[in-house]
Design a protein around this ligand. Structure first.
Ligand SMILES: Cc1cc2nc3c(=O)[nH]c(=O)nc-3n(C[C@H](O)[C@H](O)[C@H](O)COP(=O)(O)OP(=O)(O)OC[C@H]3O[C@@H](n4cnc5c(N)ncnc54)[C@H](O)[C@@H]3O)c2cc1C
Length: 430
């Protein structure tokens, strides 16, 4: 029978962060990963925010396999043949340490797990944890899908990602409802480095991100994205599973639509498909966060539904939850008590941090988005029509144009409805 002080299930950002910090503090930690290597099964757009990783490995960005520091971020509101573009570029974002980087998870997660191994973590890849072992109402270990697979520990950290099968099996979390989960697909397209810099107006390995709403998701609740890596582009789209089923669309249809959009197509033209990936994103927000501590167990990252999709943040919440779980375990260790009440400060730490503060701020957002579909349908179209009308110089006096625009907008949606939408948006997002 193998025994460790801590078992961590899942070598994504949440699990590796917890395992790394615990091993560095001198605890005996085992980290199980079902994939052949950490990162092999992981998908992200992906933008990694520096600050949360710095809190785990200071100066990581000088050594880690990162793609490009992001100096420019854009939001494109698409209609079928137009794009209303909002963006921000700041050289400050290139100053060291940069605010965020684009990453490819297969490379980054592998590097991060290697740091954990060097800190003393016993990493076991290609091993699916099939079951939590429970004795007298307390989690005491896990059963791995291999011979003599029972492993015991004082405490288990569940970092198994969005599906959270072990948590569900043990009755610690409900199955995620289709209206609370997005299905996302992503393609990595190879393009020479210089070509990327020319097309995206970048220099010196700097990076840019573009979020896409409106036609990008066929008007469904969700977003598309196009990010620059070193010598490839990440293009993808994610929409709520419930909407996708109702619309009878596949994620593949949506991705092809994004790639064919006249504003996107020239940026990816000639790029060679290198990888195609699909994954789920938990989008239920604060109200869907399950109970996070149990007797001998903590839940971190996507398994705990810690994703702020409005801000494209997930990996940073995962890293921070892993760090706060590790800090809680270290305190519990001092007292030799891993009961639910001894681990309860983990939840409080999350509440006191940006993780639950931000999810709480947006707790009404999922309901607001679900009940205001025209945000992704009507408004992107109207906005592009208005812009086109305003910018078309056709001899019509500007005041007359203004009136025509106003008529068009209020015919499409009565003014009181527009005010109602703005008010509802303010209440949900303030
Ligand atoms: C398309 C897409 C784009 C995204 N873009 C961004 C972005 O730009 N920025 C951002 O911050 N976030 C982004 N996210 C969200 C981000 O990827 C997640 O929030 C983050 O990866 C969560 O980390 P995690 O460690 O909790 O889970 P995961 O990264 O999912 O890791 C879980 C790990 O557990 C392993 N595992 C699962 N079950 C078992 C088991 N039973 N036994 C052993 N191992 C197991 C899995 O193989 C996996 O390695 C995006 C997500 C998607 C899908």
């Amino acid at each position: 029978m193998r025994r460790f002080e801590v078992i961590v299930v899942g070598a994504g950002p949440a699990g590796t962060a917890a395992a790394y910090l615990l091993a560095r503090a001198g605890l005996e930690v085992v980290l199980f990963e079902r994939g052949p290597y950490p990162g092999s099964k992981n998908v992200m757009g992906g933008v990694l925010y520096t600050r949360m990783m710095e809190e785990i490995i200071p100066g990581f960005w000088r050594r880690a396999p990162l793609e490009r520091p992001v100096v420019e971020q854009n939001l494109w509101i698409l209609s079928a043949d137009a794009a209303f573009k909002i963006g921000h570029r700041h050289e400050v974002f290139a100053a060291e340490p940069p605010n965020c980087f684009t990453v490819l998870r297969a490379k980054f997660d592998q590097w991060f797990a290697q740091q954990a191994v060097e800190a003393g973590v016993f990493l076991v890849p290609e091993t699916l944890i099939e079951e939590l072992l429970v004795a007298n109402g307390r989690v005491v270990g896990v059963r791995a899908g291999r011979e003599e697979g029972e492993v015991y520990a004082d405490v288990v950290v569940l970092a198994e990602g969005v599906n959270a099968q072990l948590a569900q099996q043990a009755g610690l979390r409900e199955e995620i409802a289709p209206q609370n989960v997005a299905v996302a697909v992503k393609e990595v397209l190879a393009l020479p480095r210089k070509e990327i810099e020319a097309r995206f107006n970048l220099t010196d390995n700097q990076g840019a991100t573009i979020e896409l709403i409106g036609t990008a998701t066929a008007g469904l609740v969700g977003t598309g994205f196009l990010y620059t890596n070193r010598d490839s582009l990440s293009v993808g789209v994610g929409v709520l599973a419930a909407d996708l089923v109702e619309a009878g669309l596949t994620p593949y249809d949506l991705l092809e639509q994004v790639k064919a959009h006249p504003s996107v197509r020239p940026l990816i033209e000639g790029a060679e498909p290198r990888e195609y990936l699909a994954h789920l994103i938990p989008e239920g927000g604060y109200r869907e966060v399950p109970s996070l501590v149990h007797e001998g167990l903590l839940i971190v990252g996507d398994a705990a539904m810690l994703v702020n999709s409005l801000h494209r943040e997930g990996a940073n919440l995962a890293l921070t939850s892993g760090r706060l779980a590790a800090e809680t375990i270290l305190e519990a260790k001092k007292r030799g008590d891993f009961s639910a009440s001894a681990l309860a400060p983990y939840r409080q730490r999350l509440e006191d941090s940006f993780v639950l503060a931000d999810l709480k701020k947006y707790q009404e957002a999922p309901r607001f988005l679900a009940t205001h579909p025209h945000l992704f349908q009507l408004y992107p179209r109207l906005l592009n029509e208005v812009a086109r009308e305003w910018l078309t110089v056709d001899g019509v006096p500007k005041r007359e144009k203004q009136r025509a625009i106003w008529r068009r907008v209020t015919q499409a949606r009565p003014l009181r409805r527009i005010i109602g939408d703005l008010w509802a948006a303010w209440r949900a997002l303030r």
